[in-house]
Write a protein that binds this ligand. Structure first.
Ligand code: 0JX
Ligand code: SF4
Length: 316
């Protein structure tokens, strides 16, 4: 008989890699195959140290700005998107570049441009300083996109013309918090136009719904993801908001605070869109070493989304 305490681990699904992350990582791998090392990558291709370290070992060089790249090596733009000025500068320098912006982020870029072409000023719901927000705001001239982060920020929006406004959102926000911000915008600017709900992507939506589905069965939630990963941090918040007293982000198993979950009989595990499944396996194994473990998969949606890599890399 086992002397270990019993514990059930509820594994949320969907979790982990989304189609945009899968494609972005493939782009770097194929670029290394096609052009050899070094291949430069502007910003972490996705917000995960394990992924970035693995690609660095294969010859990728991660930089924050284009001016850190030589003219004569290929450069990849991260999944989060880039301001229009970046590819423009790469073209000016005659560089080979591949844009790994997720197609669902690019869709928001196109939306912003379309509204701008119709003479509308934009309100973007998102987090200041996040690369996706910088990239999306950077599709339009300065002053054309006003950023709001919270319901309280809505009161401070000073548009050129309150009747000529549209809104867009970051793709990785909390579905529930964003609904409140959209409602506040619509209450203050009844003429504002926007997407049916917001621009939060299927992967973000599904991962948050999966956390909600296990929240009432668990005493603690561990979200595998990085501190700079917006979608992962939102999963932690969703866990807390759904009543989970201990909801914690961990990059990998060695960050688990075992004392904090001492006594728990049911723990939930999920992973942000940029966290590889191998790190989920690592966490499950760490539990198996300490507990008489039962693993239960709770699957709330099936994802079949796949994105093709750019043509230039297809034959690589
Ligand atoms: O910080 P984010 O959630 O936007 O990015 P991360 O963690 O790299 O996730 C994948 C890329 C998401 C882009 O929308
Ligand atoms: Fe694309 Fe959504 Fe994944 Fe971001 S989280 S890369 S928008 S699928």
């Amino acid at each position: 008989m086992s002397t270990l305490s019993p514990l059930t681990l509820y594994l949320a699904a969907p979790r982990g890699f989304c189609a945009g992350v899968d494609r972005a990582i493939k782009i770097v791998e194929l670029a290394l195959q096609k052009w050899g090392a070094p291949v430069y990558v502007r910003h972490e291709i996705v917000h995960n140290k394990f992924v970035v370290d693995g690609l660095r070992d294969k010859g990728a060089v991660f930089v924050e700005e284009l001016d850190e790249c030589p003219d004569d090596r290929p450069v990849i733009f991260s999944a989060h998107g880039v301001p229009k000025a970046i590819p423009a500068e790469a073209r000016r320098r005659d560089m080979v570049f591949v844009d790994a912006t997720c197609p669902l982020v690019s869709k928001v870029h196109v939306e912003a441009e379309r509204h701008h072409a119709e003479g509308l000023q934009m309100v973007m719901i998102g987090h200041a300083g996040h690369p996706e927000v910088l990239g999306t705001m950077g599709q339009l001239p300065q002053g054309e996109v006003l950023l709001v982060e919270t319901v309280a920020d809505v009161a401070g929006v000073v548009p050129r013309d309150p009747a000529r406004l549209a809104f867009i959102t970051q793709t990785t926000l909390s579905v529930d918090d964003t609904a409140e911000i959209v409602a506040a915008l619509q209450a203050r600017f009844p003429a504002i136009i926007g997407p049916a709900k917001e621009d939060i992507c299927y992967a973000t939506t599904n991962r948050q719904a999966a956390v909600k589905a296990i929240a009432d069965r668990i005493e603690a939630l561990l979200v595998i993801g990085a501190p700079n990963s917006s979608n992962s941090r939102r999963l932690v918040e969703v866990g807390s908001a759904a009543g989970c007293a201990y909801s914690q982000l961990v990059m990998r198993a060695d960050e688990i605070d075992w004392r904090a979950i001492e006594g728990a009989r049911a723990v939930g595990v999920t992973a942000g869109a940029s966290a590889p499944e191998v790190l989920v396996d690592e966490v499950v194994d760490a539990f198996r070493q300490r507990y008489d473990l039962t693993v239960e998969l709770v699957e709330t949606a099936l994802e079949r989304v796949e994105f093709k890599v750019p043509r230039v890399l297809r034959e690589a």
